[in-house]
Write a protein that binds this ligand. Structure first.
Ligand code: CDP
Length: 796
């Protein structure tokens, strides 16, 4: 008779176990960087540039030094004496820590004051006198390459212009040949505006250099503590083993907390100079105006089509606005991230993609906000293009997708840009979505509404995205290969601790990593504690972003648990006095194959590992696994939105939104749903209300939460989620695929497509996000496309 445990009851795979971290979060007991106070701690504030582009003629700090309570005033000139005025970025560029020669964006860090309290430091910042000589500002890639444009990065030797890179992938000649065969060529041009990750908690750090031990401890808001440790070792030239990075609870990251920010570096130097802990907590406007932005790309593409609906080829060009420094993280050889994952879910025979990155006088941009290295832009363009192409062919948009989506029996599928897709049921996802949205009935309603002057629209977005970078053959950051790790220690009473190189920011890793251990070992999830974010205790890992935690670190957790199980099997054979070959496993228990009731639990094996090992066996039950994924994981999603647009005001309301996500095996279905709902909310916000742009002088417009709106439950529409399509990932040890960002990546196009579908009869092809009522109204009234690209008038 089987004595196997019930996996759901012990909180294993598929259990919607409540999030253990919420015990402290909902009680207000989280431990965020700003909650930490160290003895003798000082506070740092940053003086930022009011101008977007200007030469610095002089900086006079004398009055700031005179303010009682001020301990240190840092300028770029002082940083330069320590070779720290500039720092390397994660993309092989350099970035000013504190400006010396010029300021290159509004909000750039110019000086820092360290004082007894943050208010004194802030007041003293205002006493610093900076004389600027204004220079013309560049706020778009087009301006950056226009004749006579000032060279923004004149600090860089051999940088003749504002171009950072030119990159291409695909088959240019083959694409030309396919276009020559086309019956119809469909074209689309659009701007994906700057978006701000807007975590509730801004960035911050507390640097604590101890002269007596020579150890530097930094508590900070980073999604990738080990990468920061390496960066600090290189930038500050400190020995790596004397650096401890602790990333406590993080109040949202979304990619914002991957880059290295000047504030971190200044607080570290200040602590070394003053030999006291120095805390820097970024304020909201500092975060909104100067932190790593996302998107800001201009996309221009065309598609070669056959009259029967078959896609023959795609061509696409991206101009990316990186701001003043190329500082976001990219897997090294992909200059524009994974932009070339575009059209991956469609059977496109050939394609050619080019990309150009430019410097502008804006805060550094390009961070992957809830996005796997630019896939958001890629999927947005793809799905907008698919709808435009269907319209150009006069074909139903669902049918057009059905014809071109990769069929189930065509996996593994190689895309024209080199990715290998290993699994999926794209047609089924689409079908589930269409049925849930009552597609045919909605088309009928839409027609009826039109006859009465009402505008209804339906938008679809179907997409797969590459989650889980790397493998180490292709993916690295600054040459460091993108694998991940997990360490598992089973104590003698069968309780366990698992540590990973990732650092969650609200995703629920403390809950789900324990579920993977429960699934692999039968140790109840509640007996497994999860720890992340301390470089002195966690094994090396590349951190949490790009929804890579489950695909890479989650796999490492499964693999280390299997190593533990292998040793426990040898212990079980010893305890049961049979040979290992005679031992069988069922959840939580080994038993003798010929006598099922003779068995030992995993907990009994754990005790034996410390008290009754066979001769020659190393004591203890712990291990570490480093996992280098063979491929990315490819979840698939189908999002369908129906809207009604008011032709008098341009206001649009969501009638229904349906989401069908296939992320393979779901570890915790409730957490997965939470991830999807959060992502859809952000997608809705980007499509509908988030407006941050720049005027002709480079002033950041919309740099406050009155203009850049974060949706609350009040504004956010309801979402209907479907989980019936499950295609396990063939190479992941538990069949899981990433999910964290799918909805934020695929969602925006569904909303925009729906509004444009409602406006189809006007002939309008594009309205740039956000689809603010006045933009929609302009499109309806003047029957023309509406661009949102900067510069804007500052009173817009
Ligand atoms: O890297 P990040 O944690 O942001 O993204 P993820 O790996 O997609 O995971 C987000 C959350 O969803 C984690 O708590 C995962 O363990 C959970 N998840 C899950 O339960 N099942 C999946 N198939 C994928 C993720």
């Amino acid at each position: 008779m089987s004595q196997a445990l019930d996996e759901i009851k012990i909180g294993g795979l598929g259990s919607s176990r409540k999030r253990v971290e919420d015990n402290r979060f909902i009680r207000g007991r989280g431990n965020y960087t700003d909650d930490i106070t160290l003895p003798g701690m000082l506070h740092m504030e940053i003086l930022r540039s009011p101008l977007a582009h200007a030469r610095i003629k002089s900086i006079d700090t004398s009055k700031a030094w005179e303010v009682p309570g001020v301990h240190l005033v840092l300028t770029g000139e002082m940083m330069a004496t320590r070779n720290l005025a500039w720092m390397p970025t994660l993309s092989y560029d350099t970035q000013a820590v504190l400006a010396t020669d010029k300021v290159r964006f509004q909000g750039q860090e110019v000086a820092c004051v360290i004082a007894d309290d943050p208010y004194v430091a802030k007041d003293a910042c205002e006493k610093i006198d900076v004389e600027y000589e204004p220079l013309p500002a560049i706020v778009s890639p087009m301006q950056a390459v226009a004749e006579g444009a000032p060279v923004i990065r004149d600090d860089k030797e051999g940088q003749p212009d504002n171009v950072i890179y030119n990159w291409e992938v695909g088959d240019a000649e083959g694409t030309d040949r396919a276009f020559a065969q086309a019956d119809v060529i469909s074209k689309l041009k659009l701007h994906y505006p700057r978006s701000h990750p807007s975590p509730i908690e801004c960035c911050g750090s507390i640097a604590d250099f101890n002269r007596a031990t020579s150890k530097l401890t930094v508590y900070m808001t980073t999604q990738a503590p080990h990468i920061i440790r390496a960066a600090v070792a290189l930038v500050a030239e400190l020995p790596e083993h004397m650096i401890r990075i602790i990333s406590p609870d993080i109040g949202g990251g979304f990619g914002n907390k991957v880059p290295v920010y000047p504030g971190y570096v200044c607080s570290i130097l200040a602590s070394i100079l003053l030999e006291r802990p120095v805390k820097w907590i970024e304020d909201k406007s500092g975060n909104l105006i100067s932190t790593g932005f996302a998107r800001d790309v201009y996309l221009d593409g065309e598609m070669a089509l056959r009259n029967d609906g078959k896609i023959l080829a795609v061509r696409m060009h991206t101009d990316a606005d990186h701001g003043a420094f190329f500082s976001d993280a990219q897997p090294s050889k992909f200059k524009i991230g994974l932009m070339h994952s575009t059209f991956a879910c469609y059977d496109v025979p050939v394609g050619h993609l080019t990309a150009r990155g430019m410097y502008t006088n804006k805060a550094p941009g390009g961070v992957a906000y809830r996005c796997s290295f630019r896939v958001t832009e890629a999927m947005f363009f793809q799905e907008r293009m698919i709808q435009a192409a269907a319209d150009d062919l006069g074909m139903d948009q669902a049918e057009f997708r059905r014809i071109n989506l990769v069929k189930d029996d065509k996996f593994p599928h190689r895309t024209p840009f080199g990715f290998l897709l290993d699994s999926g049921q794209y047609g089924k996802c689409l079908q589930v979505g269409l049925e849930a949205a009552d597609y045919q009935d909605f088309l009928r309603q839409k027609q009826e509404a039109k006859e009465r002057g009402r505008l209804l629209g339906i938008g679809i977005s179907t997409m797969t995205e590459p989650l889980g970078a790397g493998n180490s053959r292709e993916y690295d950051i600054l040459g460091i290969k993108m694998f991940d790790s997990a360490e598992l220690k089973v104590h003698m009473t069968g309780k366990a601790i698992v540590r990973t190189g990732t650092r969650g920011q609200g995703q629920g890793h403390e809950t789900t990593w324990a579920q993977i251990v429960a699934h692999e070992l039968g140790i109840p999830a509640e007996d497994v504690v999860v720890e992340e974010g301390d470089t002195d205790t966690a094994p090396f890992g590349m951190g949490t972003y790009a929804s890579r935690s489950t695909p890479v670190a989650g796999a490492a957790v499964a693999m280390v648990a299997r190593k533990i199980r292998a040793k426990a099997r040898r212990l079980a054979a010893h305890l049961l006095e049979v040979s290992e070959e005679d031992i069988e496993w069922e959840l939580g228990r080994f038993y003798v194959r010929s006598a099922r009731d003779r068995g030992v639990t995993i907990q009994e094996c754990a005790m034996a590992a410390y008290s009754n090992m066979p001769d020659g066996m190393e004591p203890g039950l712990e291990n570490t696994a480093y996992y280098d994924p063979p491929n990315l994981t490819w979840p698939f999603a189908c999002y369908i939105v129906t809207v009604e647009v008011d032709p008098q005001t341009g206001v649009w309301d969501v009638l229904k939104m349906v989401a069908v996500d296939d992320c393979g095996v779901r570890i915790n279905p409730m957490i997965v749903e939470g991830q999807i709902m959060g992502g859809l909310t952000e997608a809705y916000a980007m499509a509908n209300m988030q407006f941050i742009t720049f005027d002709a002088d480079g002033n950041c417009v919309g740099s406050n939460y009155m203009d850049y709106l974060l949706p609350t439950a009040w504004e956010t529409p309801g979402f209907e989620l479907h989980s019936e399509v499950v295609t396990p990932c063939p190479h992941h040890p538990i069949g899981a695929k990433g999910i964290g960002e799918c909805a934020a990546v695929g969602g925006p196009a569904a909303f925009v497509n729906a509004v444009l579908d409602a406006l189809k009869d006007t002939g309008v092809r594009n309205i740039d996000m956000p689809l603010l009522p006045d933009r929609v109204w302009q499109a309806i009234t003047y029957r023309r496309d509406v661009s949102g690209a900067p510069p804007v008038r500052s009173d817009d």
